[in-house]
Ligand binder design. Structure first.
Ligand code: PMT
Length: 396
């Protein structure tokens, strides 16, 4: 799998004849498995039409900061958060100057201020403009802030001059983007997902409504962030994610065993599974017959996988979930302390959220802080969660 596979690339295009090369860049990015969204400056639209980039990227192209219709779809802050990597190709002298000064006078410059994703720029301009001390100072300033400057290449220029100022080739930009390590590069992550089924007899079980979507989306987002991921999953109808070692289990004790057998060497443990707290003490060997008016089943406690992992000496960074129907924050904070994990993702059950739903909304909690992540599809939410988890893991 390419290291750009599944990545969200925000391509900024500013005004310059090299903008035509960025059409090829979009094509190559998509071929490498990336999802691409294009933002153009007004100057860029004089060289290539937004429609060309829309057709190539498969996504609407944004040009204006104050566009109520576009903002209703994906607001500029959401777009800034969406990006795993930002690349601006071509980057004109004017754009470099505006970025260096931290201006927010159009959508592209604003996004660059609002994103935490790594930014790379591929300058393209007349060689005298490139060599001008003002441009050189802006480039130095950007470099000092961690922006990668790709090129420019030397050679014949559209203006007829020879020298540095040509945009580097699209493939060189792709190679650079692919080489940027993800926020969880090489981190070993174990995710639990889905429900457990606790046998009552050979055909019946106690279970819950977890579909596995949240945990599977987290496993995929962690993989896309560069992690080496193992997924321990209860019974769900989802296919195993590509590039993720997936271990299927049925009940809580099997999940416990599968996790504990693999936890050595794991750096980050994310417990998204809805594990049954109790199981029938003595499941019937044969199908229970309808012979009595009532039936009493004695339940016994299951091992608490999350608490056990969190208590390990030299154990991994642990992220628990809390699914609550009331007093979300209070119950989740209680779980954070009682289970001894580093982070808790609290989700409210109901109103089309959490169990067996396409969308979720969460409150991420840690000792001394919290962050609300608004309602959205679980895949998008998982990417935001992984970004936040990676940041806190790195600080740990
Ligand atoms: O699968 P989906 O349909 O996408 O739904 C997602 C979800 C609602 C299941 C998920 O977002 C979620 O909230 N998972 C945890 C559900 C839950 O059972 O929470 P809990 O509050 O009972 O458990 C607290 C934490 O302890 C969880 O991290 C759980 O995985 C863990 N736990 C619980 C019991 C146990 N015996 N072992 C555990 O590890």
């Amino acid at each position: 799998m390419s290291s750009l596979s599944g990545q969200h690339i925000l391509l900024g295009v500013s005004g310059g004849i090299a903008a035509y090369k960025s059409c090829e860049l979009v094509r190559l990015l998509r071929r490498a498995g990336a999802e691409v969204r294009v933002v153009m400056t007004r100057g860029a639209t004089g060289f290539v039409t937004p429609l060309s980039f829309q057709a190539l990227s498969g996504n609407p192209v944004r040009c204006e900061l104050f566009d109520p219709e576009a903002e209703a779809g994906m607001g500029h802050i959401e777009l800034a958060r969406w990006a795993d990597k930002v690349v601006i190709a071509p980057a004109s002298a004017d754009l470099l100057a505006r970025l260096a000064l931290g201006l927010a006078d159009d959508l592209l410059a604003t996004l660059c201020l609002a994103t935490t994703a790594p930014i790379a720029v591929a300058p393209a301009m007349n060689r005298v403009m490139w060599e001008h001390p003002a441009t050189a100072a802006h480039v130095e300033s950007l470099r000092g802030r961690g922006v990668t400057i790709l090129g420019p290449a030397e050679g014949e220029q559209a203006c007829g001059e020879e020298g540095p100022g040509r945009m580097v080739e699209p493939q060189a930009i792709i190679d650079h983007l692919a080489a940027i390590p993800g926020p969880l590069e090489g981190v070993r992550v174990l995710v639990t997902a889905g429900p457990t089924r606790e046998a009552l007899d050979p055909v019946r079980f106690l279970g819950n409504r977890s579909s596995g979507r949240m945990g599977y989306a987290l496993a995929e987002a962690a993989r896309d962030a560069g992690a080496v991921v193992t997924l321990v999953s209860g019974p769900v109808a989802l296919p195993a994610p590509q590039g993720v070692e997936t271990v299927r289990v049925e009940d809580a004790r099997q999940m416990h065993e599968a996790v504990m057998a693999r936890i050595g060497g794991v750096d980050l443990f994310i417990a998204a599974a809805a594990v049954a707290d109790y199981r029938p003490k003595a499941p019937a060997a044969d199908k229970i017959k309808k012979t009595h008016e009532g039936l009493t089943v004695e339940l016994v406690r299951n091992p608490d996988i999350l608490a056990e992992v969190a208590a390990l000496q030299e154990g991994p960074f642990t992220v628990g979930f809390a699914a609550e129907t009331s007093d979300l924050e209070a119950h989740a904070r209680e779980k954070l302390e009682r289970k001894g994990c580093d982070l808790v993702v609290a989700n409210r059950v109901g109103e089309g959220l959490a169990f067996d739903q396409e969308e979720n909304e969460v409150l991420l909690l840690w000792r001394g802080g919290s962050e609300h992540l608004p309602r959205q599809p679980k895949r998008a939410l998982a990417r935001q969660l992984i970004e936040r988890i990676a940041r806190r893991y790195a600080q740990d």
